[in-house]
Design a protein around this ligand. Structure first.
Ligand code: G4P
Ligand code: NA
Ligand code: NA
Length: 192
């Protein structure tokens, strides 16, 4: 998505350890117009596939997921990372290891909001090692529902997550695919 790549070039900041900071429009301050366009793009990329729900994980996945749900007219579920006081239902849960933070998190989804015939589209902001996505795929497996595909805002293609998802035959679409963050510079897969 051209507008997203341009925005990353303009406002993204490369930190050490191959981390791209996009707090200006995605992870802290958010640009609703750009987010809306992302939702349109995901809805277009995954159209006519019988998707009944969007599945994401809090917190940064929620904005692109709700914009996609808005376009597709389907509900959006976000997996929780913290135990909820009011959520006392039976839960699906999966453990997600973050390489970046070196912490293990349980993500949970209430069984109440998943139906046996659901077909879900998984949406997230970043794809690095793929742990969050595989946690969501695990929850879909436990629920016995189909995963139509995975939509990612920013894929760090030089990290293993994207290849691991594709190796499982899952339809992956990323709006920006980063080839390298070397020397503080963002290079996309579709650039020289
Ligand atoms: P993985 O799910 O692909 O394995 O991601 P990893 O454990 O490596 O990363 C942990 C967190 O850091 C995730 O957010 C992920 O989205 C985010 N992340 C990974 N690489 C980058 C990057 O280059 N830039 C930014 N800005 N974020 C990155 P999270 O902990 O789930 O947090 P949040 O969704 O609450 O923001
Ligand atoms: Na995330
Ligand atoms: Na994040």
């Amino acid at each position: 998505m051209k507008a997203l790549e341009e925005r990353i070039k303009q406002d993204g900041v490369v930190l050490s350890g191959d981390v791209l900071k996009v707090d200006q429009f995605l992870n802290h301050q958010m640009d609703p117009d750009l987010m809306f366009e992302m939702g349109q793009e995901f809805a277009h990329l995954f159209q006519n596939q019988g998707i009944t729900k969007i599945l994401t994980v809090e917190s940064s996945g929620i904005a692109p997921a709700i914009m996609t749900g808005l376009q597709m007219h389907v509900p959006v579920i976000f997996a929780r990372k913290q135990k909820s006081l009011t959520l006392t239902d039976d839960l699906y849960s999966s453990s997600v290891y973050s390489f970046t933070k070196q912490t293990e998190n349980q993500i949970t989804v209430s069984q109440k909001y998943i139906n046996a015939d659901d077909k879900v589209l998984i949406i997230d902001d970043f794809l690095a090692n793929g742990q969050a996505v595989f946690g969501l795929i695990d929850i879909a497996k436990q629920a016995g529902i189909e995963v139509a595909g995975v939509g990612i805002v920013i894929e760090k293609s030089f990290q293993p997550g994207a290849d691991k998802i594709k190796a499982q035959g899952i339809h992956l679409e990323s709006l920006a695919r980063i080839k390298s963050l070397a020397d503080g510079k963002v290079t996309f897969m579709d650039e020289q």
